[in-house]
Design a protein around this ligand. Structure first.
Ligand code: ADP
Length: 233
């Protein structure tokens, strides 16, 4: 793996099997992402984007092929080992925010910090919530927050452990246009200032245009890759 590459996906194929039937949703997908880059994955619904993101993050196993994340080959790791890699190296932002409803904003952001035994988790979580503009909402529960505010909490949580790589799946998919635009700017700004690599599935072509690179998926394959010419150098 070249030194500046943080993610290397090689010949990934994924077939979902249920009973007699099987469905191949990714076919021989390969690409590399440079450390610190922002990369959008776009394409029609059902083209395999979410499946690809899950495989890159070690949330699911490929049928064939290999993923190397921050220098670690995921294929041979146990589920526990992969969870450890995710806790240490990866942040997630989901379309549905995925906050724990029984915890306050502050407690939600503290989870990854406590899992990693980081010192002063409360203080750090406070700072993160202030950074995303929610310093006055820290004791609110998710149900007491708007969609945009919930997504801000999930962004603060995703960046809490200073992950090397951040995976976002339709981060603005459940937000109105204006709120979505603010959230996009926040994610892209944190990607740049924190030096975190960003890999983001999105339908939002305006957002994709603001990333360094756009990979278009079609029928389970990489259809276009705006960085392809550079990769072959
Ligand atoms: P996209 O994110 O581009 O919409 P997905 O990766 O979510 O695409 O899905 C690709 C295809 O795989 C779809 O046809 C979907 O129904 C199917 N699929 C996704 N997850 C599963 C699963 N766990 N079991 C069976 N089929 C699945």
């Amino acid at each position: 793996m070249p030194q500046n590459s943080i993610l290397q996906v090689s010949n990934l194929t994924k077939t979902y099997k249920s009973g007699e039937s099987s469905l191949t949703v990714l076919r021989n997908v390969s690409f590399e992402v440079n450390r610190g880059a922002s990369c959008a994955i776009v394409g029609p619904s059902g083209s395999g984007k979410t499946t690809l993101l899950g495989l890159c993050a070690g949330l699911d196993n490929p049928s064939e092929g290999s993923v190397m994340l921050n220098g670690i080959v995921l294929d041979k790791l146990s589920e526990d080992e992969k969870a450890k890699v995710r806790n240490q190296h990866v942040g997630f932002i989901f379309q549905n925010f995925n906050l724990l409803p029984t915890l306050t904003a502050l407690e939600n952001v503290m989870i990854p910090l406590e899992l990693q035994n980081r010192s002063h988790p409360r203080k750090r979580a406070m700072e993160l919530l202030e950074k995303v503009g929610l310093g006055d909402r820290v004791k609110h529960y998710p149900a007491q927050l708007s969609g945009g505010e919930q997504q801000r909490v999930s962004i603060a949580r995703a960046f809490a452990n200073e992950p090397a790589i951040l995976f976002a799946d339709e981060p603005t998919g459940n937000l109105d246009g204006e709120t979505g635009a603010t959230i996009e700017s926040l994610i892209l700004e944190l990607n740049k200032t924190a030096g975190t690599t960003l890999i983001m599935v999105t339908h939002d072509l305006d957002l994709a245009k603001r990333t360094d690179r756009v990979i278009t998926m079609k029928n389970g394959k990489v259809y276009t890759d705006s960085l392809r010419p550079l990769q072959t150098q």
